[in-house]
Design a protein around this ligand. Structure first.
Ligand SMILES: [Zn+2]
Length: 261
């Protein structure tokens, strides 16, 4: 089994300082490639640095909606520069978070739109964070992302209706350990609808440990196997077949090269 953790934050504490052991446990569990996701300009410099240090690790560069308030034109130009690095496979995470509203909504909209334009200019896929802002996210994607079908809704926890809308646009849906949580019935119903050629999996570690490891406060890529097993069962598939399918989807979506052993 060669799974890809398509959304992890290996630059975050406490994973960063223990990275060799984290990757060793991950490989042993069958999670053999990683996309470590940038959340700010500074963090995006680090994701690139990490991806340069380890085989089968790739970076994304982006500014999380929480940090949108501080983003200047000069910072967007720097992000453009970073995005040219060969280990960068996507723009993000970017999007809208109207749950926390750590940044004002006009700032979130401005910085999301700028990153969608950047992705289009560089022909890179987009990793979207959307919380309590589904309609606004779809609207801005409709306006900026029409030519851009490589869009993934990460950590999807929406309804089956919302999943349908995402799929109708040609976009992708990625599930974290949230799908294993007791109270996530609507997310499970949504997951049943998503065909394997549009479905990806991720940890979003160090957050979101899946059941039955939810008590392990620090999530890590090795634990993604529990999410994979859970979804394989939900789909009535063998784990090996499920893993092969989602790995193929993720490899194509991010245009990853063949893994190095
Ligand atoms: Zn994330």
């Amino acid at each position: 089994m060669e799974l890809i953790d398509t959304h992890c934050h290996l630059t975050f504490k406490p994973l960063d300082s223990d990275i060799a052991a984290v990757l060793e446990r991950s490989r042993a569990a069958g999670v053999t490639s990683w996309i470590t996701v940038g959340t700010s300009l500074h963090d995006s410099q680090r994701t690139i640095e990490f991806a340069g240090r380890f085989d089968n690790m790739y970076a994304t560069v982006g500014v999380h909606p929480h940090d949108a308030k501080d983003v200047t034109a000069d910072m967007l130009a720097q992000l453009n520069q970073l995005a040219q690095n060969l280990n960068v496979v996507a723009i993000g995470e970017t999007g809208l978070d109207f749950h926390y509203n750590f940044s004002k909504q006009p700032d979130q909209l401005r910085v999301f739109a700028a990153q969608l334009n950047l992705a289009q200019e560089l022909n890179l896929p987009v990793v979207v964070h959307s919380r309590n802002a589904f309609d606004e996210t779809m609207d801005i994607l409709d306006r900026h992302g029409s030519a851009q079908k490589r869009v993934v809704f990460h950590c999807f926890s929406g309804s089956p209706e919302q999943a349908k809308q995402v799929l109708e646009r040609g976009y992708y849906i990625s599930f974290t350990g949230v799908v294993t949580f007791k109270n996530a019935e609507q997310t499970r119903r949504a997951a049943k609808l998503v065909p394997l050629d549009r479905l990806m999996i991720e940890t979003d570690c160090p957050y979101m440990s899946p059941e039955p490891m939810r008590k392990q406060k620090v999530n890590e890529p090795a634990l993604m196997v529990h999410t994979a097993k859970f979804l394989a069962e939900l789909k009535g598939m063998d784990l090996i077949d499920f893993a092969a399918a989602v790995t193929a989807t993720s490899t194509a979506f991010f245009a990853l090269p063949s893994p190095r052993n």
